[in-house]
Design a protein around this ligand. Sequence first.
Ligand code: NAD
Ligand code: WQD
Length: 336
Amino acid sequence: MAILVTGGTGYIGSHTVIELLNNGEEIVIVDNLVNSKKTNLDRIKKITNKMPKFYKVDILNEKELEKVFKENKIDKVIHFAGLKAVGESVKKPLLYYQNNVTGTITLLKVMEKYNCKNIVFSSSATVYGTKTIECKEEMGRGETTNPYGTAKAIVEKILEDIYKSDNTWNIAILRYFNPIGAHESGLIGEEPNGIPNNLMPYIQKVAAKELPELSVFGNDYDTIDGTGVRDYIHVVDLAKGHVKAIEKLNNSNGGIYTYNLGTGNGYSVLQIIKAFEKVNGIQIPYKIVERRPGDLAKYYANVSKAREELGWVATKNIEDMCKDTWRYVQNELNGK
Ligand code: NAD
Ligand code: WQD
């Protein structure tokens, strides 16, 4: 039996595929390559010695998706496919609801038709909204502030309703905090298109001298040094969380489980800059600018549920995250 990984050539998907292949799983990837490159498949092969089966398919295309289910014995799905730019979602809400909500509904319909009722869904800390500093799963969802976040909350709700209607479904909702870093081989990492919105991709471009300096969005928050605090998690730790979630589904006859995947530690923007500079021996020029609208001062994960129920904890620290990111960027610059 195979695991279908939607969005499997993307940033988190490709790292997860590596961990799954290393764990002996058979993998089928579906991705429309809207935000990733097919060459990631060769990189996956280089790292694992295995080539996952790949379909260039849009999850909105029910017929094509059905073909994938017809041609393979799929009993579990890890669903990463989606658009993820928060700012773009504010400008193009219909695109985000169509791709991220309708796309998921299409996938779920096909899964149901082929009697595949095991799914791991990529959710986000954004569903906590403005509710909290230390986010705990049992607090439930808060008020989301953009269509990207609302789409994640809607999909979580859809999954809950599906489980209510048929409790033979086995569903793991994983709420990621701030994934950064790259595979330690330096072959796979995050490759943002254009000018990045997120912190680490922007630091990458400044380090590579593709952008002159980082803008730090506000230094008057009620935090350790006035800059925003987030729970950054190494993408390989995150990927390993998915292997644990699959194990959880394997040992369950039906259920819906929600887990935070973070480290439980918060770091400020200035702490990230300093760590990156220190471990890589490189300067990151920056200037303080206005706060970014919609940003919260500080939030991080409570990770006890994932630790207790999945036996999963993040093992990599901020230094690893900064070192691995820079190794990947250097490899890319050298054309490897
Ligand atoms: P990514 O853009 O690198 O990967 C997403 C992949 O999905 C891409 O390869 C893209 O080509 C593909 N895709 C998008 N729409 C598709 C469609 N309609 N049909 C088929 N393929 C499609 O993003 P990522 O950072 O790897 O994120 C993976 C998932 O995790 C997303 O659902 C994202 O919302 C979620 N998430 C990401 C973060 C983060 O900060 N990176 C945080 C929380 C949650
Ligand atoms: C981190 C910190 C910024 C850029 C977003 C999404 C969230 C999730 C993860 C998907 C903040 C500061 C940033 C810059 C800066 N994605 N910053 N200068 O906003 O915590 O979360 O990605 O689910 O939904 O909203 O991440 O990396 O954009 O920002 O000072 O150029 O870095 O203000 O404090 P964020 P981020």
